[in-house]
Design a protein around this ligand. Structure first.
Ligand code: HEM
Length: 403
């Protein structure tokens, strides 16, 4: 099957609204080879196929194994940061994940509630008197960034530059020429690696009550994580821990502000918030495509043969709008019962930070609705500046609001 050119999928209107394209793919070509600007891959768009693919052991995440598949996906010199649990298969994956899963157990995360509420309060105290805000920069990005930095033990004075570096990765493809973009990403990856390796060294000399120190102790005393694994795990937690949540907070706010009747329902019944968060994640999640998998042998999905060695992208946001699985999938319905989305993934790579993400979203969105009763978009929705169409993330560059 010839690959569909990227221009037919990542159309001009795709960044603003990818859901008509996802519907077309799901309907006409549910397993579709696409020549993407980043790398060619087979996109899987139906819910049942997506769920099956996310647990299919023939679709490997071992990017740094013998096939060296990372070269096509991240390029050279990516190992120091990206060879982590997300890019590995069991038993390697299980070993890496086990080391930190305790720290993300719901009970441990619950203990962070007062600190998350405090950060939300501080950010909103600054915004409220102004009557307007750029909600990405002023709220959606700093909230999860401060939480994950606190958890890991990244000192407050370093957080601004760490954030600036991670934003270069998040916004890659927006504005710069492709070769400048690749160079910029490579450069910040080097800086991040240098910084995180230094931080690990400093924590080893002066342990504190934080996750990096705990990982070092486990590593030194039980020999369970190598130095490289310590740094790449820290990078994964830092990046996964703020970027998706930030984009989700932005997407969820836009979804509510453009569906005033749903917003009114939620304001009237704040107890509905946890269920509404799940619906908002289904409706417009921040990770449209799960991280890449590699077919280790020829596999067949939806009657299409995917040859061994192909990169497979499970399109979470297409699957979460599959009418075979969700009634009126393109409607936002905060009262939807048992949403059952795959916005946090499925299978062994299911989001490790799910309890933290849910807590931040509930506290953050709950406080936005309570403290900014007149919240509205500061520009027409079609003028919002978004991450580029082919970005691996779905989110906003800016979210101007008034209240
Ligand atoms: C994995 C979504 C927040 C840490 C994943 C995956 C998804 C996801 C879909 C699976 C990727 C795949 O199978 O390719 C989200 C969303 C979030 C969120 C939508 C926010 C709304 C967080 C937070 C953390 C986190 C706050 C905290 C550190 C991770 C980690 C993995 C992961 C470490 C890799 C797990 C593994 O490979 O076993 N996330 N995530 N995520 N997430 Fe999240």
């Amino acid at each position: 099957m010839p690959a569909v050119p990227a221009s037919e999928v990542y159309t001009d209107s795709f960044a603003a609204d990818p859901y008509p394209t996802f519907a077309r793919l799901r309907e006409n070509s549910p397993v579709c080879p696409v020549a993407s600007p980043r790398f060619d891959s087979y996109l899987i768009t139906r819910f049942d196929d997506a769920k099956a693919a996310l647990t299919d052991p023939r679709l490997s995440k071992d990017l740094y194994g013998p096939g060296q598949h990372y070269l096509r996906i991240f390029g050279p010199n990516s190992e120091a940061l990206n060879r982590n649990m997300l890019n590995s298969d069991p038993p390697e994956h299980s070993r890496l994940r086990r080391m930190i899963s305790q720290a993300f157990a719901p009970r441990r995360i619950e203990a962070l509630r007062p600190r998350v509420a405090q950060i939300v309060g501080e950010l909103l105290d600054r915004i409220v008197p102004q009557g307007r805000a750029e909600l990405m920069e002023d709220f959606a990005i700093p909230l999860p960034m401060r939480v994950i930095c606190d958890l890991l033990g990244v000192p407050g004075e370093d957080q601004k530059r760490v954030l600036d570096w991670t934003q270069v990765i998040r916004t890659s493809g927006s504005g710069r020429k492709p070769e400048q973009d690749r160079a910029a990403v490579q450069e910040v990856q080097l800086r991040l690696h240098h910084y995180l390796a230094g931080l690990v060294k400093a924590k080893r000399a002066h342990p504190a009550d934080d996750m990096i120190s705990a990982l070092i102790e486990a590593c030194d005393h039980e020999g369970k994580l190598s130095e490289r694994e310590l740094v790449s795990t820290t990078f994964l937690l830092l990046f996964a821990g703020h970027q998706t949540t930030a984009d989700f907070l932005g997407n969820a706010t836009v979804a509510l502000l453009t569906h005033p009747e749903q917003l009114a329902l939620l304001r009237a019944e704040p107890d509905m918030l946890p269920a509404a968060i799940e619906e908002l994640l289904r409706f417009d999640g921040p990770l449209p495509v799960a991280s890449p998998r590699i077919a280790t042998e020829d596999v067949e999905y939806g009657g299409v043969r995917i040859p061994a060695g192909s990169i497979v992208g499970v399109v979470i946001n297409a699957a979460n709008h599959d009418p075979e699985h969700f009634g009126e999938p393109d409607e936002l319905d905060v009262c939807r019962e048992r949403v059952g989305h795959i916005g946090f993934g499925h299978g062994v790579h299911y989001c490790l930070g799910v309890s933290l993400a849910r807590m931040e979203a509930r506290i953050g969105i709950g406080a936005l609705l309570r403290r900014l009763p007149g919240l509205r978009l500061g520009v027409p929705v079609e003028e919002l500046r978004r991450l580029p169409a082919a970005s691996p993330f779905r989110g906003l560059l800016e979210l101007p609001v008034r209240f």
